[in-house]
Design a protein around this ligand. Structure first.
Ligand code: ATP
Length: 252
């Protein structure tokens, strides 16, 4: 089975990634369509972050990759990070990487920097969109990012990514370290983002929540896609239930 989308925003084909001589991904293929939430779930060390980093072009020095990567039909495997960003890719990394001593608003403004450089001055409109999605960020716009709660930081990381008006939003474990209720709020917002038409590639260890919000899902195990299918189908797959949705993992 494959994720059949009419005009995919992202197409990854036979992606291999190695750190030195050790291969971490052994030929991963996936697709994400506009307005679609695609999730990649899997245990620790399966290669989820490696996959996102390879797509975003942020590989460590000892990393190498081969395979095909197309963004909106354009070959993107060998282009620099800036070009990937300019073409509409945006990665919200697990560590959120905010500027702690800057205000919420200045962090958001930095998210639109590339568009500003390209001569666009309408960032205020996008800021209004982001504040609409995250009223809490608006209330705290003059507050230093470093003093935000964990959930608010994740909102700011998401909001900053949206300032770039991405075509493809890649989220690395957005619920990591958040209390269940806050994580629920974040997933609710992610569902809302789908309506904007952005393609969302969501990497999560919280399989239960990810399968609830996603349209299509891939299970990554030790560098290979072990299972894939519509998220609702995978959520009923006995193997997935056994391995990833056991009662012990229930948090929502
Ligand atoms: P987690 O959920 O714990 O973040 P993950 O599924 O995102 O796990 P990765 O972080 O992508 O998994 O790691 C996949 C494999 O690649 C692991 O065996 C890891 O040790 C290895 N790895 C990751 N980064 C590097 C690196 N910079 N150098 C060498 N090996 C690495």
């Amino acid at each position: 089975m494959t994720n059949t989308v009419v005009s995919p925003v992202l197409e990854v084909g036979d992606l291999h990634v190695a750190y030195g001589k050790v291969e971490a991904l052994h030929g991963v293929s996936l697709a994400v369509g506009g307005g679609q939430i695609v999730t990649v779930i899997g245990p620790n060390g399966a290669g989820k972050s490696t996959m996102l980093n390879a797509i975003a072009g942020v590989m460590p020095n000892n990393g190498s990759m081969r395979g095909t990567l197309r963004l909106l039909g354009q070959d993107t495997a060998d282009v620099a990070i800036e070009t990937r960003v300019a073409r509409g890719m945006c990665l919200v990394p697990e560590k959120r990487e905010l500027f702690a001593s800057m205000t919420v608003e200045d962090n958001l403004l930095l998210g639109s920097y590339r568009r500003y450089q390209a001569g666009e001055r309408a960032y205020a409109d996008q800021m209004a969109v982001v504040y609409d999605l995250f009223p809490r960020l608006q209330q705290r716009r003059k507050q230093q990012a470093g003093s935000l709660s964990g959930g608010e930081r994740q909102m700011l990381a998401l909001g900053r990514a949206l300032m770039a008006k991405p075509q493809l939003l890649m989220l690395d474990e957005p619920s990591l370290g958040l209390a269940p209720l806050i994580a629920k709020e974040i997933f609710h917002i992610i569902v809302g983002l789908r309506q904007t038409g952005v393609a969302i590639l969501l990497v999560e260890q919280n399989a239960r929540a990810a399968l609830q919000v996603a349209d299509y899902a891939y299970v990554l195990e030790t560098g290979d896609i072990a299972l894939q299918g519509p998220a609702a189908e995978l959520a009923n797959n006995p193997k997935v239930i056994d391995t990833y949705l056991g009662l012990a993992k229930k948090s929502h």
